[in-house]
Design a protein around this ligand. Structure first.
Ligand code: ARG
Length: 461
């Protein structure tokens, strides 16, 4: 049964039907379509288009369908889309009464409403998964407080930092991700219902009631925009793409850190994969896949933008192509967040190994220059002297903290014994005692602050 058979003499060609059918994927929207249909029945009753008894049987039938949906027994057929499936079952069961529900609505406002409601829910689920991952990072940061590691720029040893500081950097990214999802969700929270096909409807539907019953916080302002707008899908995919960027960066560090040359981190065996050929291997496939899936996430965002570009108002069937990408993005992001949480929770950092690496590669050279600058030497000059000291150490095969005082004084006479106190790894870390810096007291405070933020996030709508 088609929703639009009246004007047609011929049946749709089988291939054309299959080509245009969205039921294989939009059945995911079924619970929302039922909810929106129920809201519509109530609104039709309020404006006198449905008798109270008619409304009641429709609502009952929709609820029964919800039960069947949950039980996996919903009688789907070769319907054109989820909206057609719901209406077909309703009419099969209720006859003329079921056929009344179509008044004052179109699949154009319906699908926009369904998709908004679906993504609002999924945005909330993703935020919870993000909080799980952030909690894992915070636990590791707390357990490993005091562990120092090389901080990198250009992936070259730069300045020593606390591992906890490094992990908290990811927490900042995740916090922004959660905020972005919350903002995207707030923008989605407008009901297009009552917009009809494009121009609004002739019945006196109470749009605010419709919105409230369907679960929206407000209504859209222009019917033509309402049926053609998919900005909210782009918002969601952009938020998702950035989550994928952040996860891919974390994944890349896992890949590096489990490499035996680093050996900063050991994944639990339950999160590592062997090789079919090389018996010794324990590969970080999970992290590699997280890294790899980022490309797919960006693809979904770009596909959507290109699909939307240049479309004339209002609804065009192109818009049906909004769904598969965003559905896949939802599934992938949930899985990526879950697997990263599991892998990190069970992973073990090698604090000794990281500490040793923090002492390599002249990462205290900045501190030597800072020491000289404090003595009144212009930093540009101080930088040059410290550079020459590094050069000399390289020749002698020693660290800056091992270079004899005599050598230092030959370069700059104001250097004295106290320089050595500045050059230990711990001193370097401790010296960065500034808001947002890596000094232990600052990191401990940042950790407490992150915990407070996370706790509040759990109570945010
Ligand atoms: N399956 C369609 C979609 O996803 C539903 C809306 C169809 N509207 C229409 N006028 N053909 O966009």
């Amino acid at each position: 049964m088609k929703l639009w058979g009246g004007r047609f003499e011929k049946e749709t060609e089988g291939m054309a039907h299959d080509f245009s059918s969205s039921l294989p994927f939009d059945r995911r929207l079924a619970p929302y379509d039922l909810r929106v249909s129920e809201a519509h029945a109530l609104a039709l009753r309020e404006c006198g288009m449905l008798a109270p008894e008619e409304c009641e049987v429709i609502v009952d039938a929709l609820r029964r369908m919800k039960g069947e949906l949950d039980a996996g027994t919903f009688p789907f057929q070769d319907d054109e889309d989820i909206h057609s499936a719901v209406e077909r079952v309703l009419v099969e069961r209720l006859g003329e009464t079921g056929a009344k529900l179509r008044a004052g609505r179109s699949r154009n406002d319906q699908v926009a409403a369904d998709l908004r409601l679906y993504l609002m829910d999924e945005a909330s689920v993703l935020r919870r998964r993000l909080t799980d991952l952030m909690a894992c990072l915070l636990d590791q940061a707390e357990e490993n407080l005091g562990v120092v590691m090389p901080g990198y720029t250009h992936l070259q040893p730069a300045q020593p930092v606390l591992l906890s500081h490094h992990l908290l950097a990811y927490c900042e990214m995740l916090k922004r991700d959660m905020e972005r999802l919350a903002q995207a969700r707030a923008r989605m929270d407008r009901s297009p219902l009552g917009s009809g096909a494009l121009a609004g409807v002739t019945f006196a539907l109470d749009r605010s009631l419709l919105a409230e019953e369907a679960g929206f916080g407000g209504i859209t302002g222009n019917s033509m925009d309402a049926v053609s707008d998919r900005d909210f899908v782009a918002d969601f995919l952009y938020a998702g793409a950035l989550i994928a960027v952040h996860l891919s960066r974390l994944a890349e560090e896992v890949v590096l850190w489990v490499n035996p040359r680093f050996a900063f981190l050991a994944l639990d065996e339950a999160y590592a994969t062997g090789s079919s050929l090389m018996p010794q291997k324990a590969n970080p496939d999970v992290a590699e896949l997280v890294r790899g899936k980022a490309g797919r996430m960006f693809g979904h965002l770009v596909s959507l933008l290109v699909m939307l570009k240049g479309q004339p108002l209002t609804y065009n069937r192109d818009l049906q192509e909004d769904k598969e990408g965003v559905f896949d993005a939802v599934d992938q992001l949930k899985a990526m967040l879950q697997v990263m949480s599991g892998a990190l929770r069970s992973a073990a950092f090698d604090g000794k190994r990281m500490g040793e690496a923090a002492g390599e590669g002249y990462q205290n050279a900045t501190d030597l220059a800072d020491y000289l600058a404090e003595k009144g030497i212009p930093f540009l000059r101080a930088h040059e002297i410290a550079g020459r000291a590094v050069r000399l150490c390289l020749e002698k095969g020693v660290g800056l903290e091992e270079l004899p005082l005599k050598d230092y004084q030959e370069m700059e006479e104001s250097i004295d014994e106290d320089v050595y106190r500045r050059l230990s790894v711990d001193a370097c870390v401790k010296a960065r005692d500034i808001e947002g810096g890596t000094a232990p007291s600052r990191v401990e405070e940042a950790l407490r602050e992150a915990r407070r933020w996370l706790e509040a996030e759990g109570t945010r709508p």
